[in-house]
Design a protein around this ligand. Structure first.
Ligand code: ASP
Ligand code: MG
Length: 472
């Protein structure tokens, strides 16, 4: 189970972790904790303001205060846990201070940044472990940089599974097998180490990833295969659409890894895309559950090898983009045109999100981020080749992206277009590649809100009423 910063804010939140621990009393548990809210940002902020000595002092004082406030809430006065936790915070802060001094002297090298940014987890996880102990549970604190071995890609490290598996086998398995069910392992999220022994971090929001890496390795080396990952969040699970567009957005209850990867890549902030990769191979299920409602039995998201084919798994948007249309009647059947377009984009470091070309080859449409639009248009229109043979048009647009196995059915597409037709919303371009679980539609920016509401109501109403109403 992974507990994010919002699960560690105050006494009430910590006591919910106890509730959860009791709820899962028959299972063996490994807990992964993120930093307290805002701490990673503070650490990174300090690391990027090294010239400002006052800022370093102020930030360290603030980090101390934020932890002490919680420590004083969750532990009894004069208790040994309170004292140990405060001492731990002090010790880490003094190491941080030294590290910031080194960084001033030697420069903010990437390995320093990772070293300092992982302290949030080192502090929070220790406190969590002490808290469990103070409430009668046996718990042990384990820093993940003893377990998760990564490559040298600081800030966004990738686990080296073979080495990590070996560590898990030697360090965690004997403990897991040697203790009873009530024993809880508290492991720091976000951090690992490379072969040289330097701390690395797994990317922002990486604690989810930590939980899945641990699950993966345990599966690989242990005899117990009945493993599940639960991410405790401040929402019920994945929603079919951002509630800022549709207030009563449908909850997705069941989806498979492939679908989940698609929607995670579309920036659904609830889930770190790399998590799924760690779980898919061994089909370890992942649940996203609401921390405020741990007993919930129906309304949560489960990602596994099974999916509910009747559900659309996500509607996401790009609110502002530019579509560029490159056309030429005379260049039909001439090989290499696409190559030239993308070479221009690549040379200018412009990422293209959607591409569509009809089989006639008369024109090709591509969509770029709004920030890159001018650069892309200039690069194409200033290229001699394109100036000579092609006509280039462009327009600001919005994109709707609909994800799920269900998109492969004709019926789904017909529902989408009939829904849009009700309000005369015109689709300017579209794209679905081979057996792809995404259909992307390009429409006028002004139509965006109306269009996604129409599509959501058409496609998601059904599964909500069928699956929810009889249960609620
Ligand atoms: N503390 C890290 C971050 O803020 C990792 C995490 O929260 O998952 O990015
Ligand atoms: Mg965080």
């Amino acid at each position: 189970m992974k507990f994010g910063g919002s699960c560690l804010v105050d006494e009430k939140a910590f006591s919910k972790i106890l509730d959860i621990t009791n709820l899962y009393k028959n299972d063996q548990k490994i807990y992964v904790a993120s930093a307290f809210n805002g701490i990673t940002d503070l650490l990174l902020n300090t690391a990027s303001n090294l010239k400002d000595s006052k800022k370093i002092i102020d930030n360290l004082a603030l980090i101390e205060k934020k932890h002490f406030d919680v420590i004083e809430q969750i532990f009894d006065e004069n208790s040994s846990q309170l004292e140990r936790s405060k001492n731990w915070v002090e010790k880490q802060l003094s190491e941080l201070e030294d590290a910031f001094e080194d960084m001033k002297e030697f420069g903010p090298e990437p390995y320093y940044i990772d070293y300092v940014s992982g302290f949030g987890e080192i502090i929070s996880t220790y406190i969590l472990s002490e808290y469990l102990r103070s409430n009668g549970f046996d718990s042990v604190y384990i820093p993940a940089n003893k377990l998760i071995i990564t490559n040298d890609n600081y800030n966004n490290a990738y686990p080296l599974y073979k080495l990590t598996n070996a560590r898990m086998k030697n360090k965690i398995l004997p403990l897991l097998e040697g203790f009873d069910k009530n024993f809880i392992f508290c492991i720091t999220g976000f951090i690992g180490r490379n072969k040289m022994g330097y701390t690395t971090t797994l990317g922002r929001g990486g604690s989810d990833y930590t939980a899945t890496i641990i699950a993966h390795s345990l599966y690989e080396v242990g005899t117990v295969k009945d493993i599940k990952v639960i991410l405790w969040k401040d929402v019920d699970g994945l929603l079919a659409i951002n509630p800022k567009y549709v207030a009563d957005a449908s909850l997705i209850r069941s989806l498979d890894y492939r679908e989940a990867k698609e929607i995670a890549n579309f920036g659904v902030k609830v889930l770190h895309p790399k998590c799924l990769e760690a779980l898919e191979q061994n089909q370890i299920p992942l649940e996203i559950r609401n921390f405020d409602n741990p007993v919930e039995n129906i309304n949560f998201t489960r990602i596994s090898d099974k999916t509910d084919k009747e559900q659309i798994k996500g509607i996401s948007t790009i609110e502002e983009a530019t579509i560029i249309n490159v056309s030429s009647g005379s260049m039909v059947d001439v090989p290499g045109v696409l190559g030239k377009i993308f070479k221009v984009m690549g040379k200018n470091k412009i990422s293209v999100s959607l591409v569509s070309q009809s089989a006639s080859e008369v024109s090709t449409s591509l969509v770029v981020n709004q920030e890159d639009a001018d650069k892309a248009i200039n690069a194409l229109t200033n290229s001699k080749y394109f100036k000579e043979f092609f006509e280039i048009e462009y327009e600001k647009v919005a994109i709707i992206n609909i994800t799920g196995l269900k998109i492969l059915e004709n019926k789904t597409k017909s529902q989408i277009f009939s829904a849009l037709d009700k309000k005369n919303i015109h689709v300017k371009a579209l794209s679905q590649s081979y057996e792809e679980l995404n259909l992307s539609l390009v429409i006028d920016k002004e139509n965006l809100i109306e269009a996604i509401n129409l599509i959501h109501n058409e496609l998601c109403e059904d599964f909500e009423s069928i699956k929810c109403k009889d249960n609620n």
